[in-house]
Design a protein around this ligand. Structure first.
Ligand code: ACO
Length: 322
């Protein structure tokens, strides 16, 4: 049986750090409000001219190096983003050319904050069915470009960054299961209400901004993530105590803590980056995973649960033996 196993991880954050105190100068907010409601203390924001693929390229090179392979060994690129460099071609194709790879399939996946889990699940299926041997899976965003910096209810929440993994075919267990879901009925609780084919004038006027009914999203997120934890454990006939690490999407510390409680898991088994990165949407899970792999917390053989919830609504999990 062929499994898909993570061979290497990488991540990249723009140098430019914006603290809560900096935001106090722009909108009517306070460091205390942001910390108490979200756990966020600072976020990295891309400089003008720095694009999603620019961030992704750095993360990808690190993941490829960590996997001990050549860029030309990559035979699939799956790229999760909501903030692509261009309408087309996809970020995956732009990145493919930058990495000097030709011919392999390369495409983007748009599932907002669940994008990385969706992409990992997709790449896993390519590997399991023998269509791919070494897949590059990316989550990268410059979410700062779709924020209204005068809207305190959204601009304090998000940040920019990129994370990547190389997934390779292996006889050893890797990804144990993935579970993906969506429910489009909640479109208007969390969205950018304009696009290419709808109210393009707003896009041209530079007003394609995130709108969110945060309070309502919060409630659905907590309940949904609780359900996906149950679904994942049940599918693998596993007990909560068998999970070594939770690597959640980093939207809000209170949502993360609720999921940890559901798993009876102490917070020191939860990888938290939201305090330093804010919500980097599709990039948040691979950023957190890379941090915990590189600092030695996550060890080979340990069981890791990834879970995400985001616009769509979309949600999903991946359980893996690292
Ligand atoms: N600073 C100060 N006050 C603020 C700010 C701010 N930055 N933002 C809102 N407030 C005010 C509100 O106006 C409101 O004031 P009022 O009581 O006078 O009306 C008050 O604070 C409370 O607002 P709520 O929205 O009820 O605050 P809440 O505790 O729900 O926290 C938050 C808001 C942080 C957005 C939370 O609801 C949340 O995290 N929601 C989920 C986000 C999420 O998970 N999104 C999914 C992934 S993201 C994606 O897919 C793109």
């Amino acid at each position: 049986m062929t499994f898909a196993r993570i061979a290497g991880t990488g991540s990249y954050l723009p140098d430019n750090i914006v603290t809560n105190r900096d935001l106090e100068q722009k909108v009517e907010t306070s460091d205390q409000w942001i910390r108490e409601r979200t756990g966020i203390e600072q976020r990295h924001i891309a400089l003008p001219g720095q694009s999603t693929v620019d961030l992704a390229e750095q993360a990808a090179l690190k993941a490829i190096e960590a996997a001990g392979i050549e860029t030309t060994d990559i035979d699939l690129i799956v790229f999760a983003t909501t903030t692509p460099d261009k309408v087309f071609p996809s970020c995956a194709c732009i990145l493919q050319a930058r990495l000097g790879i030709q011919g392999c399939p390369a495409f983007d996946i748009q599932a907002v904050c669940s994008g990385f889990v969706y992409s990992l699940a997709t790449a896993e299926k390519f590997i399991r069915t023998g269509s791919s041997k070494k897949a590059l899976v990316i989550g990268a965003e410059v979410f700062s470009r779709i924020l209204n910096w005068e809207d305190r209810t959204t601009c304090v929440l998000f940040g920019d960054g990129a994370g990547a993994v190389v997934l390779e075919a292996s006889e050893e267990t890797g990804i144990l299961s993935t579970h993906l879901h969506a429910d489009g009925r909640y479109e208007e609780l969390l969205h950018v209400p304009c696009g290419i084919a709808n109210d393009f004038d707003a896009v041209k006027a530079g007003q394609a901004f995130v709108e969110m009914k945060g309070n309502e999203v919060f409630k659905v997120a907590v309940n949904t993530l609780g359900r996906i934890v149950d679904e994942t454990l049940e599918a693998n006939q596993m007990q909560k105590s068998e999970i070594d690490w939770l690597v959640p999407h980093q939207a809000n510390l209170r949502i993360i803590a609720a999921t940890a409680r559901k798993l009876d898991m102490p917070m020191d088994q939860v990888v938290v980056t939201v305090n330093r990165h804010g919500n980097t949407s599709a990039a948040s899970i691979p950023l957190a995973l890379d941090e915990a792999v590189r600092d030695g917390r996550i060890q080979r053989g340990q069981v890791v649960l990834l879970e995400a919830f985001g616009g769509g609504f979309t949600w999903g999990s991946a359980l893996l033996r690292y």
